[in-house]
Write a protein that binds this ligand. Sequence first.
Ligand SMILES: Cc1ncc(COP(=O)(O)O)c(C=O)c1O
Length: 350
Amino acid sequence: MESKCVKQLLGQKPKANLGFYPTPFYRLENLSKKLGINLFIKREDFSGQSLFGGNKIRKLEYLIGDAKEQGAEYIFTFGATQSNHAMQTVEACRKEGLTPILYLVAYVEPDEDDLRSNLLLDKILGAEVHVILKNPGESDAEVDARSVQLAREHMKQLTKEGHKCYEIPMGGANLIGSAGFIDGFVELAEQAAAVGQNFDYLVHATGSGGTMAGLVAGKKLLKHPMRVLSFDVIGHDASYLENSAALANESLEWLGVDERISAEDFEHDNDYYLPGYEMPSDAGNDAIRLLAREEGLFLDPVYSGKAFAGMLDYIKKGIIPQKSSVIFLHTGGATALFAEKEILGDLLEK
Ligand SMILES: Cc1ncc(COP(=O)(O)O)c(C=O)c1O
């Protein structure tokens, strides 16, 4: 399918204009020379709507568009206390006149007297924030489920009072949010074509899986040869790829096209997330310093730093061969540089 046809289909969907697109796309000259590859960057961190943009804005354009079409007043969403998605959802709600309510799990416990990073921004934006502390012995999956259960009870109450609520899952990872990255892939493919080069790889961080699902669905629709390498920052079992394929296929169906993907279409790497979500890795912090010192731009320790570290290791091992043309999708998240010390680790020690 041609990109203009995909754009036409996307153009029929309700959408809120939240970001500034297309996001910048350009060559990293110093790192290209140093690494022996042709390295471009796609700046989704420059998506707007504020200084603190990222990949969630593209998803939220469709999610908030749908919420408004359904007449929603309250938007409920989820994440960690330092969730980029949650903060960007609050920004979007403020612009569109909706009321944001957040249920946030404290994987890293915030200091209420010294709020930082996205949680600080959530408060400045005036969001109603419910912080869910982990119970002793409770797993991440259990506390996430409890957070959703509490939010749904809250929604039930508001609905009873005659209000219309709209639920956005963690990371905006549903069929509508993921379709945002079908849009993202089409935009990127057009920018890549415009610089007149063939790109071998697109590298990005994957968490909830919505971005990965949308990118790979977009690649399938355009029959694009560029390989999408997805570096996991959470650590997932085999069901992740099945679920992400199902998500991509729901987005394709929503768009009204016949193409479908399967779990085998993903090139997903689970080897670079350790020691865990919101726990910094030495390689991730090395990557943050490298990009800052060679190119004067910022990655983050939770997502983009770990994905960039994975890419550097692939280059070192020859999995990404010398002279390859590579695009790094910068998905944002640099507010984490102003988060709790546990999230930064030894970033300042070198
Ligand atoms: C900065 C950043 N990069 C990457 C991701 C991963 O995107 P997804 O949740 O769509 O997999 C997120 C998600 O929160 C993010 O905030």
